[in-house]
Design a protein around this ligand. Structure first.
Ligand SMILES: *Cc1c(COP(=O)(O)O)cnc(C)c1O
Length: 240
């Protein structure tokens, strides 16, 4: 067994155990392997083991991996911040967009999509109300939910969050509980089902599962530390 396979199996087991401990079926939680900055060969290796969901932050990196692995039945997740002017590169190219955080972005995505295309999206909530973080503020969530629900080309599936950095492990738990409460609140208020909660990373996916995560986004615990020297430029620096 390679080191990568070993790590992946450990995380799969960790997710399953956390689900069982919370009285949830193991298949209630899907592991999104966050492959940003890691080579396409690592993605291919996990795909061969049965991993289907992969998360990427940068559109160009995601596109090149999607093209290299086009024959495989993979589900790609857009988990990074998306600038409005990159909407055309994202719309229709991902199984799920986790990081919708403004009306402007919703409108920009919709302009690139056919009316009935049903692009799945999650709304990212700035759950720690941090100055630097992307995500909609909790108080502005109802208005954005209402806006997105009215758009025929977008299908709102739930919420996503990235808690404050200092809040890993048990300290992150209240933020995850808060996201679940916000989701429950939106379901009641708008009379819709929002089944997906994307929350939990390497440091805190067990706590996220305990609080109801249906998608955990794990990078480092699977692939090891990210090779920063290969870090692609963020979207804001890319050529249009
Ligand atoms: C990079 C990233 C992850 C994975 O983080 P790890 O700590 O490496 O597991 C999850 N979610 C988002 C939004 C990320 O940008």
């Amino acid at each position: 067994m390679t080191r990568l396979e070993e790590r992946w199996r450990l995380v799969m087991d960790g997710v399953e155990q956390a689900a069982r401990a919370a009285g949830r079926p193991a298949d209630a939680v899907r592991l999104v392997a966050v492959s940003k900055f890691h080579p396409v060969q690592a993605v291919a290796e996990l795909a061969a083991l049965g991993q289907r969901d992969f998360g990427e932050n940068y559109v160009q990196e995601a596109r090149s991996k999607q093209q290299a692995l086009a024959g495989l039945p993979l589900r790609w997740h857009a988990i990074g911040g998306i600038q409005t002017n990159k909407a055309r590169d994202v719309a229709g190219r991902f199984h799920l967009i986790h990081s919708l955080d403004s009306r402007r972005l919703a409108d920009a995505l919709a302009r690139r999509l056919a009316a009935g295309s049903g692009q799945r999206v999650l709304i990212q909530v700035n759950i720690g109300s941090e100055a630097q973080k992307s995500g909609v503020e909790a108080r502005d969530l109802p208005a954005l939910v209402e806006h997105v629900l009215a758009m025929p080309s977008l299908r709102l599936c739930g919420l996503m969050c990235l808690p404050p950095r200092c809040g890993e492990g048990e300290a992150a738990r209240p933020y995850f509980a808060r996201l679940r409460e916000l989701r429950d609140d939106m379901q009641r208020r708008f009379g819709v089902e929002l089944p997906q909660l994307s929350m939990g990373m390497s440091g805190d996916y067990r706590q996220a599962v305990a609080e109801g995560a249906t998608l955990v986004r794990v990078g480092t615990d699977i692939f090891g530390p990210r090779p920063m020297s290969l870090k692609p430029r963020p979207l804001s620096d890319e050529e249009p």
